[in-house]
Design a protein. Structure first.
Lengths: 84, 102
C-alpha cells in the first residue's frame, strides 16, 4: 500500500467527522459541516487521481469546487434572511 | 531525498492538517463561529499542501495546471464562504441586523 493510498484513506476517514458535523445542530451548523465535506471531498478526489494514475479524475474536483461554492452561497442567502 | 519523498511529505502534511481540522470541527466546544474556524485550515493550508505535493509528483504540465486551478479555487472560495456563513449565522442569531446587499 503506497503512501498516497494511505493519505486517500485518511481523507476518506476525515469525511466521517465532517459528515457528522453536517448532520448535527441547526441549519447554519449543518451548512458549515457541508462546507467541510465539499472541501475535503475535493482534496480527496485530487489524491484519488494520483492513487489511480487517472488524470481525468481531476475534472470532478474542478467542477465540484465552483458548484459547491455557488450552492453554499445560495444556502447562506436563504438561511441568513431571517433578520430580527 | 527524492522528488517523490518531498511530494509524499507535502501530501501527508496536508492530509494531517485536514484530518485534524475535521476532527476538531466535531469535538471542539463552542458555537457555529468556533466551528467555522476549522474550515479555514482545509481550504487555506491542507488543500494547497496536497496540491503542491501532487504538482511535484506529477511533472506533467496539464496535470499541474489543473491541480493548481483547483487549489486556487479552493483557496479563494473558502474565506468567501466562511465570511458568508458567519454573516448568515450572525443574522440568524440577531447579532447582525442589516439585510445582505442585494
Amino acid at each position: 500500500m503506497s503512501g498516497y493510498t494511505l493519505c486517500a484513506l485518511a481523507l476518506l476517514c476525515a469525511l466521517l467527522p465532517a459528515g457528522v458535523a453536517a448532520s448535527r445542530g441547526d441549519g447554519i451548523n449543518r451548512l458549515v459541516g457541508l462546507e467541510l465535506v465539499s472541501s475535503i471531498g475535493a482534496v480527496f478526489m485530487l489524491v484519488l487521481s494520483q492513487v489511480s494514475h487517472q488524470s481525468y479524475f481531476l475534472s470532478v474536483p474542478l467542477v465540484l469546487v465552483p458548484m459547491s461554492f455557488a450552492g453554499t452561497l445560495v444556502f447562506t442567502r436563504l438561511l441568513g434572511r431571517r433578520v430580527k | 531525498m527524492t522528488a517523490h519523498d518531498v511530494a509524499l511529505g507535502l501530501v501527508a502534511a496536508g492530509t494531517v492538517v485536514i484530518v485534524l481540522a475535521a476532527i476538531g470541527a466535531v469535538v471542539a466546544p463552542g458555537d457555529v463561529f468556533t466551528r467555522l474556524h476549522f474550515v479555514t485550515p482545509v481550504t487555506s493550508i491542507g488543500g494547497p499542501l496536497v496540491a503542491a505535493g501532487l504538482c511535484v509528483e506529477s511533472g506533467q504540465p496539464w496535470v499541474i495546471a489543473e491541480v493548481l486551478v483547483i487549489a486556487l479555487l479552493l483557496f479563494v472560495s473558502g474565506p468567501v464562504l466562511e465570511a458568508s456563513a458567519a454573516r448568515a449565522a450572525a443574522q440568524d442569531r440577531g447579532i447582525e441586523t442589516e439585510e445582505q446587499p442585494a
